[in-house]
Structure formats: structure tokens, C-alpha cells
Design a protein around this ligand. Structure first.
Ligand SMILES: Cc1cc2nc3c(=O)[nH]c(=O)nc-3n(C[C@H](O)[C@H](O)[C@H](O)COP(=O)(O)OP(=O)(O)OC[C@H]3O[C@@H](n4cnc5c(N)ncnc54)[C@H](O)[C@@H]3O)c2cc1C
Length: 71
């Protein structure tokens, strides 16, 4: 599945490359979507080092901990 072509997950702006390394912030989507079963786990969601591997690792740990805590 190509999410870039999915009506509810991407816009035309998402297809454009950023002109520089962006400043990332908190995820705009509200927490608790799909009864807490939808998690965001990419470098862009990290509290620090967004856009870098370190941010991706942090986001993965947060997502894994969240899943583990709900099982
Ligand atoms: C050339 C380059 C050099 C880099 N060098 C460094 C570096 O030196 N140090 C550093 O810390 N970071 C570096 N980075 C950044 C680092 O690679 C990323 O921050 C990190 O890989 C992000 O991990 P992620 O898991 O969030 O996303 P990704 O690893 O990008 O995973 C996203 C996944 O989503 C999939 N996907 C993407 N688009 C779609 C779509 N439309 N539909 C379905 N699936 C999709 C992809 O196939 C991929 O599997 C570099 C990045 C690039 C491109």
C-alpha cells in the first residue's frame, strides 16, 4: 500500500521534499485513536532528535513500551 496515495493519510504537500531539515514537534493527531491501538512510531514523533536515527530508536522504544504496557 502506498500511503502517499491514500486520501486520508497524505496531502499534495506531503509529496514535496522539505527545503531544509524541519523542526519536528508533538504529533498533531490526538492520542487514543482507535481505542489506543493506533500508535505513531517514526523519527518525526520523537521528543528529541527528530529526523535522525536516534529519534527513530526513541520513537520505537516508546511505541514498544506502550504496546507492552497494554498487553
Ligand atoms: C540519505 C540519508 C542519510 C541519512 N543519514 C543519517 C545519519 O547520518 N544519521 C542519522 O541519525 N540519520 C540519518 N538519516 C535519517 C535516518 O535514516 C532516519 O531518521 C530514520 O531512518 C528514520 O527511521 P523511521 O523508522 O522513522 O523511518 P524509515 O526508516 O524511513 O521507515 C519508514 C518506512 O515507511 C515506509 N514508507 C515510506 N513511505 C511509504 C508510503 N507512501 N507507503 C507505505 N510505506 C511507506 C518505508 O518503506 C519505510 O519502511 C539519513 C537519511 C537519509 C535519507
Amino acid at each position: 500500500m502506498d500511503w502517499a496515495r491514500e486520501r486520508y493519510t497524505a496531502t499534495a504537500a506531503d509529496a514535496a521534499w522539505p527545503s531544509s531539515h524541519p523542526q519536528y514537534g508533538p504529533v498533531l493527531a490526538p492520542a487514543g485513536l482507535w481505542a489506543g491501538r493506533l500508535l505513531w512510531a517514526s523519527t518525526e514523533t520523537a521528543a528529541a532528535f527528530g529526523g535522525y536515527l536516534e529519534g527513530a530508536l526513541e520513537a520505537a522504544v516508546v511505541a514498544a513500551d506502550t504496546v507492552s504496557a497494554t498487553r
